[in-house]
Write a protein that binds this ligand. Structure first.
Ligand code: SAH
Length: 251
């Protein structure tokens, strides 16, 4: 059996109990070496074959997984954060399906959740935004025309930008042209949950310079939106005047 496992954002104790168990039981682990914390591999049993996929192609990864399957070995394909976000797992699953190799998926804590924790922020603030847009700036990898940053920014929802740290001048310009005022708050979170974690607070106008000064070039997320500001309404969920399925209004 092949197990796709979300490794979590970095801290080795932010993997799920199931993910940790699958690593402990695996006879082969192929991990995304550019981002997965190698500390997690210490859980592997003796004799486990461990490969870093950073230098491998899709064909090579599939070939290793096929070998494991044919030898009756359980293999873990370890992806950073949650594998459903920029994990490139769909192409692997489709190839395994074609080969008739069974697999399952164990989710992980995505870095966008760890970044919110680092920034002590809530993406879905009542009266501010009830929507989170997870996206990336177009770089060498294109994004569909309808998803240009400028168009997405017009919603003024809470936004999380993956894979965009090297493109901040263009990113901030697009966000402003799309409708966010230049003074909109933004946070850059570097290596959320790792010991090296850094949280840089800025506005759309000041982020490119502050980020350049910081020297941070990758493994960071940019959070943008009024959810980082000070104004919001209290939730209905805990409002003493509001009844719901689990609680009657007390006043
Ligand atoms: N599947 C992963 C994302 C993989 S794409 C997840 O769910 O988090 C890789 C990008 O994710 C990086 O370029 C960076 O933008 C972001 N990223 C991954 N781990 C991060 C972390 N600990 N802190 C900040 N950003 C991170």
């Amino acid at each position: 059996m092949i197990h796709f496992v979300g490794a979590g954002p970095g801290a080795p104790d932010l993997i799920t109990l199931r993910g940790a168990r699958l690593i402990e039981e695996a006879g082969m682990i192929i991990y995304a070496g550019s981002l997965v914390n190698p500390e997690l591999l210490k859980r592997a049993k003796e004799g486990c074959e461990i490969r870093d996929s950073a230098s491998m192609t899709l064909d090579e990864v599939i070939e290793k997984l096929r070998e494991a399957h044919e030898a009756g070995v359980d293999a873990v394909r370890l992806h950073t954060g949650d594998p459903s976000i920029y994990g490139a797992i769909r192409e692997q699953m489709d190839r395994l399906k074609e080969l008739g190799i069974p697999y399952d998926i164990t989710p992980g804590v995505s870095s966008f959740c760890a970044a919110a924790a680092a920034a002590e922020a809530e993406y879905t603030l009542p009266s501010v935004s009830q929507t989170v847009i997870i996206t990336r700036m177009e770089g060498r990898t294109p994004v569909p025309e309808k998803e240009k940053i400028r168009l997405l920014a017009s919603h003024r929802a809470s936004m999380v930008l993956f894979l965009s740290t090297g493109l901040l001048d263009g990113l901030c310009a697009e966000l402003i042209m799309g409708g966010y005022p230049p003074e909109t708050k933004t946070v850059m979170v570097y290596k959320a949950s790792w010991p090296e974690q850094r949280v840089i607070r800025a506005t759309l106008a000041t982020l490119p310079l502050l980020a350049a000064d910081s020297g941070i070039k990758n493994t960071a997320l940019i959070l943008v939106g009024d959810f980082l500001g000070d104004e919001y309404e209290l939730s209905k969920l805990y409002d003493k005047h509001f009844s719901h399925g689990f609680r009657r209004a007390s006043e």
